[in-house]
Design a protein around this ligand. Structure first.
Ligand SMILES: [Zn+2]
Length: 285
């Protein structure tokens, strides 16, 4: 797979991969296996999905959702604009889901958008895929007897990231500000910021307790100690790369110095390996 485009890797994986369903608490479940993690809240107001997965997995997702309950799918929240969280918007909207997102998610989906570090240009999404309920900073939804607090991160993984906190169940989806066990991607083409990622990681640690269930954008269902470990990894690699860059080292020299060496075995096995991550950090510090 080395050298293959990460967009293609994720799309290919979604077409064939199995969807794993985990019931958490308070009628909240997680579907893993189609792009980013998908959170589902069932109930009389209709299912609420947080993120839409990849369209190629429609059959598997439909089956997994039907096994959870008979409620129709009425609400979709996008945590940010990336394809692995919004690809399924159009089909979910076509069967009745109203789409909520940060206003920058709609902005990026509505036009041709190039992501330089993925070497990929996304065409404008079809009209039905565009979020129509937009938030700018914070919004609270009351659905299925639950309270959902949506909060904007400012610039972090992109400029469109929001968290979704199910307050009664004490479950938070922190979007792609947390990749549990993987080096994260930072999308500088659409307003991401490495220091913003660290600020988001700090806010995530501060916003949860040891009892909170933490849903990352990618990787297994997590907890506070894993948020801390992720934050510490970001800070450590940032400091190493920043020191070398300030000494005048080129990107090639910094990559050769292997600033991620202590972390590669644990964090480097997904779409962002240690070299790619070093490049992202170098560009962002
Ligand atoms: Zn993303």
């Amino acid at each position: 797979m080395e050298g293959e485009n990460p967009v293609i890797i994720i799309r290919n994986a979604a077409a064939t991969s199995k969807i794993n369903v985990t019931k958490l608490r308070g009628n909240v479940s997680v579907l893993e296996g189609s792009g980013g993690n998908i959170v589902v809240l069932t109930g009389r107001d209709g299912k609420v999905l947080v993120d839409a997965g990849i369209t190629a997995s429609r059959l598997q997702i439909t089956e997994a959702l039907a096994n959870l309950s008979d409620d129709p799918i009425k609400h979709l929240i996008n945590t940010h604009w990336h394809f692995d969280h919004t690809d399924g918007n159009e089909w979910l909207h076509s069967i009745g889901a109203e789409i909520t997102a940060h206003e920058n998610t709609r902005k990026h989906l509505a036009t041709t958008t190039r992501v330089e570090d993925w070497n990929f240009t996304f065409p404008a999404a079809p009209a039905g895929a565009l979020p129509t309920k937009l938030l700018n900073s914070e919004q609270t939804l009351h659905l299925n007897g639950a309270t959902l607090a949506l909060k904007y991160y400012q610039s972090a993984h992109t400029d469109s990231d929001i968290s979704v906190y199910f307050t009664d169940a004490d479950i938070i989806d922190v979007a792609d500000t947390f990749w549990n066990g993987h080096f994260p991607f930072i999308d500088y083409s659409t307003g991401g910021s490495f220091d913003g990622m660290i600020r988001a990681a700090e806010a995530n640690v501060a916003g949860v307790t040891d009892k909170t269930i933490v849903i990352p954008g990618h990787g297994p269902i997590g907890n506070k100690s894993q948020l801390i470990e992720f934050r510490d990894m970001l800070v450590s690699v940032r400091n190493k790369v920043s020191t070398l860059k300030k000494e005048g080292k080129s990107l090639e020299e910094v990559v050769a110095a292997k600033p991620t060496a202590d972390y590669d075995a644990k964090w480097g096995g997904f779409v962002v390996d240690g070299i790619f991550f070093t490049r992202l950090v170098y560009a962002g510090v």
